[in-house]
Design a protein around this ligand. Structure first.
Ligand code: NAD
Length: 311
């Protein structure tokens, strides 16, 4: 985690409105606060506001109050309809854009449809507000440690304005292309992650059912040709990684329903260009069945329960 410090030469202290203090947004806002920026944050859920407040962040009474006087607005919300609803309001009325000053930079880090990012960006630019999509990868651990990967869509100039702030929350910043391109990169990555988690679950469950020690099997595969991010940091089998959601009853982390949303976005993107994504489609169906069985709020690595032998 970034240590508490005041901004050094070259950094300028900014007023940042942070909307959405969930699993990801909470620790991201805390890292900006620790870097010395003035944060005015808001979440619809009081408990999320309380947790941020306990870390020293100023909580605004509403998202409209949070953006007052902000140089930069950051949002970290669950899905497309939350982002569109926040910025554009209902039927284009009453959205947050009408409360944001001209010249402000809006950074949306939620994982949403590229088309929604483009729609909000268009409305923002029409109001004289700069907008980039900047979805992230790296999980809650990456959000806490300030080592997220940002995938940015938007003009160079907007990205350069955002960069000093993104650097306080992430270790890698990629410019994927025009507005919406960050979202496209993100859903390609998450489609692969969703598939890999199911594959990793199958292999772990198979080995353990055949008498292998889960930690030994995990280490063998991590260092062999099956190695992947789940085996490195996020093993779906309980007890292999102490800090992974699997070892905490699948609490926290990245919800099954959020993975299901991302796989749906990937299928929409595939349909639009007639791309063949057979494993992505199957993964979506498996996470949907897992969600229907009541595991939607649990971390997506709980998908191992579908293939695990019951004791
Ligand atoms: P979350 O559900 O924990 O947090 C979202 C927060 O947004 C909630 O606290 C909710 O109350 C708040 N919210 C919704 N609408 C709001 C509004 N209008 N105003 C204020 N607050 C509002 O979700 P998360 O896990 O933090 O994920 C956020 C986004 O990041 C999602 O798009 C997800 O796909 C993506 N993401 C998550 C992870 C992860 O590991 N959790 C990793 C990478 C990307």
């Amino acid at each position: 985690m970034h240590s508490s410090r005041l901004p050094t030469t070259g950094d300028s202290i900014m007023q940042i409105a942070f909307i959405g203090l969930g699993h990801m947004g909470g620790p991201m806002a805390i890292n900006l606060h620790k870097a010395g920026h003035r944060i005015h944050a808001f979440d619809l859920v009081p408990a999320a506001c309380e947790a941020a407040k306990a870390a020293g962040i100023a909580i605004a009474a509403s998202s409209e109050a949070a953006v007052k006087g902000a140089d930069i607005v950051i949002s970290m919300l669950p899905a497309s309809h939350h982002v569109e609803g926040l910025y554009l309001g209902r039927d284009g009325q009453g959205g947050l854009l009408s409360h944001i000053a001209k010249g402000t930079l809006v950074i949306d880090s939620s994982t949403i449809a590229a088309a929604t990012s483009q729609k909000v960006a268009q409305a923002a630019e029409a109001a004289g507000i700069a907008f980039i999509d900047a979805p992230v990868s790296g999980g809650v651990g990456g959000a806490v440690a300030g080592t997220l990967t940002f995938m940015v869509g938007g003009p160079d100039a907007h990205l350069e304005r955002a960069r000093p702030v993104l650097e306080k929350m992430g270790a890698n910043i990629f410019h994927a292309g025009a507005v919406g391109a960050g979202q496209t990169a993100k859903i390609c990555n998450n489609m692969l992650l969703g598939i890999l988690m199911i594959g990793t679950s199958e292999a772990m469950a198979l080995g353990v059912a055949n008498g292998l020690d889960p930690k030994v099997l995990a280490e063998i595969m991590r260092r062999s040709s099956g190695g992947n991010w789940a085996l490195e940091k996020y093993n779906p089998y309980p007890g292999v990684h102490e800090n992974a959601p699997a070892s905490k009853g699948y609490a926290g982390g990245f919800g099954t329903d959020l993975m299901l949303k991302d796989l749906g976005l990937a299928q929409e993107a595939a349909t639009a260009v007639r791309a063949a994504t057979p494993l992505g489609g199957l993964a979506r169906a498996l996470y949907a069945a897992h969600s229907l069985a009541g595991h939607g709020p649990e971390d997506f690595s709980s998908v191992i329960k579908m293939v695990q032998k019951r004791s």
